[in-house]
Design a protein around this ligand. Structure first.
Ligand SMILES: [Zn+2]
Length: 141
């Protein structure tokens, strides 16, 4: 990541093809509800998109990652496992960009959010002052 004010100037993230395909497959499987899960990897490379349960009440409009899966992921990080790079979820009938609800839910912790919608996956960084689009490069596993 170079200049954070100009995210398009840099390819900030790499994702292996099976992880990207897993996000699309999960989005299709979960529709008309929102799919969600964890982006795991190392440094700036996502090597796994791990599906989790969506435990939100209204799954067609919201997502909430299963806290049990989240705690397990953080525990794995402490034990030397892959890093938690961020999260993904899908918009069954919306664009692949943060919704008003997403902006409310955002922690501003610098995590990567992948959002699947309308047949594409786009990546965002959850900055304290809002989401910024993140370029990514698809790599073969
Ligand atoms: Zn959303």
């Amino acid at each position: 990541m170079s200049k954070p004010s100009d995210p398009y100037s840099d390819v900030g993230l790499e994702i292996v093809r099976p992880a990207l395909e897993a996000i699309m497959a999960e989005a299709a499987r979960a529709a008309p509800e929102e799919a969600c899960g964890l982006l795991l990897g190392n440094d700036r490379r996502v090597t796994e998109a791990r599906p989790t349960q969506n435990v939100a009440q209204d799954k067609a409009r919201h997502f909430e990652i299963d806290p049990v899966a989240l705690i397990a992921a953080y525990r794995a990080v402490r034990n030397g496992g892959p890093q938690l790079i961020g999260f993904y979820h899908s918009h069954p009938c919306g664009p692949a960009e943060p919704s008003a609800t997403d902006r409310e839910q955002a922690a501003g912790d610098g995590k990567v959010w992948a959002i699947a919608g309308q047949g594409v996956v786009r990546f965002w960084v959850d900055h304290p002052d809002g989401f910024e689009p993140l370029c990514y490069r698809l790599v073969e596993a």
